[in-house]
Design a protein around this ligand. Structure first.
Ligand code: HEM
Length: 149
């Protein structure tokens, strides 16, 4: 079957939506990670977690639109650079996926959903770094940025 000339109408906006959401989640994560774990952190946490979960939903939807035929990849005129370009894109998607999944694991380990979204009134954990998933979440994000350059 011949490759189409354009992407599926949803693919381009979904791609840029993912970029926007990741940047937003990153800025929110960085700006709240220095705050003390008290009641004032609930709103920024809710926003960050909400945006992070939505990012995951968009990535999964985007992955499904990938099953439709795509145009040929743009070539740099060099097989190695073409391969690097493709590999970096896939690595980025994998890293963003893992960032969101590690954030969700952290929220499960720390029992955040009832505190942040359910108004349980329980205190936040004293230090998120007591949880393994916090290390992973903090480690994957810089790896993600490194893959951009
Ligand atoms: C693409 C999605 C995401 C990005 C880019 C992202 C980014 C970040 C960043 C940059 C930090 C601060 C890291 C540091 O300073 O070491 C952070 C912390 C955090 N993130 Fe995410 N995150 C994402 C998704 C999620 C999700 C889905 C959840 C939970 C459902 C989540 C929960 C948290 C929590 C609980 C913290 C710890 C805050 C603290 O230490 O005070 N994140 N995130």
């Amino acid at each position: 079957m011949n490759a189409p000339k354009c992407y599926h109408p949803f693919q381009v906006p979904l791609h840029w939506l993912v970029v926007l959401l990741v940047v937003a989640a990153f800025v929110m994560g960085k700006s709240m990670s220095g705050l003390p774990n008290d009641a004032n952190k609930l709103a920024p946490l809710a926003l960050h977690m909400g945006v992070g979960i939505f990012t995951l939903v968009v990535i999964v939807t985007f992955h499904h639109t990938h099953e439709t035929p795509k145009p040929e990849h743009v070539t740099a005129g060099n097989a190695f650079f073409d391969w690097v370009g493709k590999a970096v894109h896939y690595a980025l998607y994998l890293l963003v996926f893992l960032t969101a999944v590690s954030g969700m694991s952290l929220s499960m380990q720390a029992g955040l959903v009832p505190i942040v979204f359910g108004g349980s009134g329980s205190p936040l954990p004293a230090d998120f770094f007591d949880f393994t998933a916090r290390m992973l979440h903090g480690f994957i994000v810089p790896a993600c940025i490194a893959a951009c350059f």
